[in-house]
Design a protein around this ligand. Sequence first.
Ligand SMILES: [Zn+2]
Length: 271
Amino acid sequence: MPELPEVETSRRGIKPHIINKKVKNVIIRHKSLRWPIPTTMKKQLVGQVIQEVKRRGKYILLYTSAGTVILHLGMSGSLRILKKSVTPEKHDHFDIVFSNNKVLRLRDPRRFGAVLWSKTDPLLHKLLINLGPEPLSDAFSAEYLYKSSRTRKVAIKTYLMNSHVVVGVGNIYANESLFAAGINPKRTANKISLKSYQKLVPEIKSILKKSIEQGGTTLKDFINEDGKPGYFQQTLCVYGRTSEPCIKCGHSIKQITQAQRSTFYCTTCQK
Ligand SMILES: [Zn+2]
């Protein structure tokens, strides 16, 4: 599943190709994504210029003066910039064609992604309005996490992965940051001290930043024009390392399931 660093990498990857470019055509090959692609969008988007390419959580926002395209990559979506002449394949459901004959193409085999259109401020769209703060913003602080969690009896790992609390802390990043901060993922959010949150928050920010710098941890979301993947793999300390030795103490990494997601941790280093 594309996580925040991959989405941010996709945004940075497509932006220079589409910013200030005029939309010549919109091609909807399969409109049944997670929600139907609005058919009225074509009429409004064609002729518009992409003024800004932003991100909020895992949504990519393409701003024009008529409205904003809201893109989500779902479970398996990827965006590519191609020449118009490249023949679409089976799962290439949506294209925005630009006047320079470049195409922004959405591929989404599992069709859990989304292409939506907002005529007003997209940040007020029902999918975006209740999102928690951006993890790399100043609004996401130890004090914020401490205060917001005082009545929350859910496990800290599950709490971090709630997009109403903070956006974009996916499973890999929740596991890795809890290890880095030495916090047991099973502890309930309301029992964690401000001091522990002061360790955790900088780890979350640093892991996400590093991952964005390295281009994300999975390989498929954005493929450069030359067809080469834009990423390489970040070193993971606990994620996917079941029964392997902990890099700090040598004990075996334990795997459990929390809220239907795999959790990896060291019972010695994480208290
Ligand atoms: Zn350990």
